[in-house]
Design a protein around this ligand. Structure first.
Ligand code: 5GP
Ligand code: ZN
Length: 117
């Protein structure tokens, strides 16, 4: 069920402390941790603690939690002292989504071309 922890979900396991991660921020509803394969000097993932498979499901099922995630992207950028940064939600296989627990990528610390590749 949306919002409930999933046994086979990597990011639910990070929330539960069953898989280690370099956590940079945590709130009552969210966790932010460094991406294991960083694509920029700062590459942090912000996730809701509750399981929603993608950003669309999160926005539809728990809009206040979606707002918490967005607020935390700003907080991560501030903590990392980033003036400019990019927030990305990959949604669907064709867009590169590989983990089915919604996560905002926060990327910064280098020039970021637009449009992205
Ligand atoms: P996606 O491709 O779904 O948008 O992003 C998934 C991200 O999760 C990737 O950038 C990938 O490097 C990261 N990732 C995958 N497995 C782990 C892990 O075990 N720990 C951490 N910290 N990041 C992971
Ligand atoms: Zn999950």
């Amino acid at each position: 069920m949306a919002g409930e922890p999933q046994d086979d979900c990597l990011f639910c396991k990070i929330v539960a402390g069953q898989i280690p991660a370099t956590i940079v921020r945590e709130t009552e509803t969210t966790v932010a941790f460094r991406d294991i394969n960083p694509q920029a000097p700062t590459h942090v993932l912000v996730i809701p603690k509750a399981h929603y498979q993608d950003a669309a499901a999160l926005a539809a099922g728990a809009p206040e939690l979606a707002a918490d995630v967005l607020r935390e992207t700003r907080a991560v950028a501030d903590q990392e002292k980033l003036d400019s940064y990019r927030t990305i939600f990959n949604t669907g296989t064709g867009a590169g989504q590989t983990v089915w627990h919604t996560h905002a990528h926060v990327l910064g610390g280098r020039g970021l071309e637009w449009p992205p590749g």
